[in-house]
Design a protein around this ligand. Structure first.
Ligand code: HEC
Ligand code: HEC
Length: 395
C-alpha cells in the first residue's frame, strides 16, 4: 500500500501548471495529501509524493512546449487572420486573443477550450456569427491542437466517474465501462430548457453481468470545470440491475438548472460494481396500506387502461399489471413498481406525475384532462409518497 501511481501524478500535475487546469491541479494535490496522511504507516515514503522525480517533469515540459509551439505556428496565424478584428484586447466579441500571453488567455477563456471534451470547445463549434465560421481545413488545424492539449490533461483517475458526453436532444447513452462496468449504460432522454436540461426515462442497463450502483451524481461541465448537480437528487439511489435488464434510476427524471443545454455531462458514483442479486438489498415499499388507500384508486381510474397489460408499450414503460388485484402480495408488487417511478427527494418531478401533467414537457400518450384533476391525482399519491419518505428517513 506504500506504492502507487501517485508520484507520477504529482509529476504530471506540477509540469502542467497552467491556470486553465487549476481545478485539476488542486484536486490532484488534495488527493495526494489524503494519500500521504492516510498512509501514516508509510512515513518513510512520503517525500516521494511531495517531490516528483525530475526527469518525468522534464519530459512533460517538453511535450507541453511542443504543443504550445503547435498553437503558435498553426493556430495563431488563423486567429490573427480571421478573428483578431473583434477578439483582440477589449474587442467587441470578447477579448480572448488579448492579454500579455495570448496562449494563456485562450486556454483560460470560459468555455473556449474544453480539454475534457475537445469538440465542446466554442473556439471550434461557434460557427458563423458576426464573425466567420472556420473553413473545414482551418477547423481541422484548430481541432488538432485542442486534441493535443487534451491529450496532455491528466486523467481523473481518482474518481469513479464516466467520460463526459455532449447530450443531444432526444435519446442519449452514457457508457459505464469507464467505471469498470463494460457493456452497461445509463440511458436517458434530454429535452433542452432555456437554462438547463430536462432528463427523463433515465434507465440503468446492465450488460452480461448484474450491476449495482449507489448515488449517481450528474455533473454538467462548464468548459473544464465540473458543476455537479447541486440538488444531488439521486443521493439516495441504490439500485441493482440483473444481467441484461434495465431499471429506472431514481424515478427516471432529473432537471439540471443553470447550465447550458449543450454542456457535456458525466456521471459520478460512490459505488459502481458488478454484483449478483443476492449481494444487494432491493428497496421495496415501506407503507403498502397507504399505497392501496391513496394511490391505487387514482392509478386504477386513470392509468391501468393502458398500463394494466393491454398496451405493451405502456406496460413495459411502467408496469401496473398487479394494481387492480387487491391482495396484499399483489399490492406490494404494484407499489414497488410505482415506487420505481417516484423520486423520493424531489417527488413533484417524478415521472409518474410529469407523464400525466397537462402542461409538462414530457411526451406521453395520455394527459389528465385539466390542472385541477392533475392536482387531485398528485395530492392523493403524495400522501402515500410522504409515508414512504417518512419511513426511509426513520420518522
Ligand atoms: C466582425 C467581428 C467578429 C469576427 C471577425 C469574429 N467574431 Fe467571434 N464574436 C463576435 C461577436 C460580436 C461575438 C459576441 C456575440 C456572439 O456570441 O455571437 C463573438 C463571439 C464569439 C465567441 C463566443 C465568445 C464567448 O466569450 O463566449 C467565439 C467562440 C467566437 N466569437 C469565435 C470566433 C472565431 C473563432 C473567429 C474567427 C474565425 C471570430 N469569432 C471572428 C464578433 C466577431
Ligand atoms: C392511452 C394510454 C395511456 C394511458 C391512459 C396512460 N399511459 Fe402512461 N404510457 C403510455 C405509453 C404508450 C407509454 C410508453 C411510451 C411513452 O412514454 O409514450 C407510457 C409511459 C408512461 C411512463 C414512463 C415514462 C418515462 O419517462 O419513463 C409513465 C411514468 C407513465 N406512462 C405514467 C402514466 C400515468 C401516471 C398514467 C395515469 C395518470 C398513465 N401513464 C396513463 C400510455 C398511457
Amino acid at each position: 500500500m506504500c506504492v502507487g501511481a501517485a508520484p507520477h501524478k504529482v509529476g504530471k500535475a506540477s509540469a502542467i501548471a497552467t491556470s486553465a487546469m487549476e481545478f485539476k491541479l488542486t484536486k490532484t494535490v488534495v488527493i495526494v495529501g489524503a494519500l500521504v496522511s492516510g498512509l501514516a504507516g508509510c512515513v518513510g515514503d512520503a517525500p516521494q509524493f511531495v517531490n516528483p522525480p525530475a526527469p518525468d517533469a522534464a519530459v512533460e515540459l517538453d511535450e507541453r512546449g511542443l504543443v504550445r509551439q503547435q498553437f503558435e505556428d498553426n493556430v495563431v496565424p488563423l486567429l490573427t487572420g480571421y478573428c483578431a478584428a473583434c477578439h483582440g484586447e477589449g474587442g467587441t466579441g470578447g477579448g480572448f486573443m488579448g492579454g500579455s500571453d495570448m496562449y494563456k488567455t485562450v486556454l483560460e477563456w470560459p468555455n473556449l477550450i474544453s480539454l475534457r471534451v475537445p469538440s465542446a470547445s466554442s473556439l471550434l463549434s461557434k460557427g458563423a456569427h458576426a464573425g466567420p465560421a472556420w473553413q473545414v481545413d482551418q477547423k481541422e488545424i484548430v481541432r488538432a491542437w485542442v486534441q493535443e492539449e487534451s491529450n496532455l490533461a491528466p486523467e481523473l483517475e481518482d474518481t469513479l466517474e464516466t467520460d463526459p458526453i455532449i447530450p443531444v436532444s432526444g435519446e442519449n447513452s452514457i457508457d459505464l465501462s469507464d467505471v469498470g462496468l463494460p457493456g452497461a449504460t445509463i440511458t436517458f432522454r434530454m429535452e433542452p430548457l432555456s437554462s438547463g436540461m430536462y432528463l427523463s426515462r433515465m434507465s440503468l442497463n446492465a450488460g452480461s453481468q448484474g450491476i449495482h450502483i449507489v448515488h449517481p451524481t450528474f455533473v454538467p461541465w462548464e468548459g473544464d470545470s465540473p458543476a455537479p448537480d447541486p440538488v444531488d437528487r439521486f443521493s439516495n439511489v441504490d439500485i441493482y440491475a440483473a444481467a441484461l435488464a434495465s431499471e429506472s434510476v431514481g424515478g427516471g427524471t432529473l432537471i439540471l438548472v443553470n447550465t447550458s443545454s449543450s454542456a457535456p455531462i458525466s456521471i459520478r458514483f460512490t459505488v459502481a460494481e458488478e454484483a449478483d442479486a443476492g449481494q444487494v438489498i432491493l428497496a421495496g415499499c415501506e407503507d403498502v396500506p397507504s399505497f392501496t388507500a391513496n394511490a391505487q384508486p387514482m392509478l386504477a381510474q386513470y392509468c391501468t387502461s393502458c398500463h394494466g397489460g393491454s398496451d405493451n408499450g405502456a406496460t413495459n414503460a411502467t408496469d401496473m399489471t398487479q394494481l387492480l388485484d387487491l391482495s396484499p402480495t399483489a399490492q406490494e408488487a404494484a407499489c414497488g413498481q410505482i415506487l420505481s417511478r417516484v423520486n423520493l427527494l424531489d417527488s413533484i418531478n417524478s415521472s409518474i406525475f410529469l407523464a400525466a401533467e397537462p402542461q409538462s414537457s414530457l411526451g406521453h400518450s395520455f394527459k389528465l384532462p385539466d390542472n385541477a384533476t392533475f392536482l387531485g391525482f398528485r395530492d392523493a399519491l403524495t400522501i402515500w409518497i410522504a409515508a414512504e419518505q417518512a419511513a426511509i428517513s426513520g420518522n
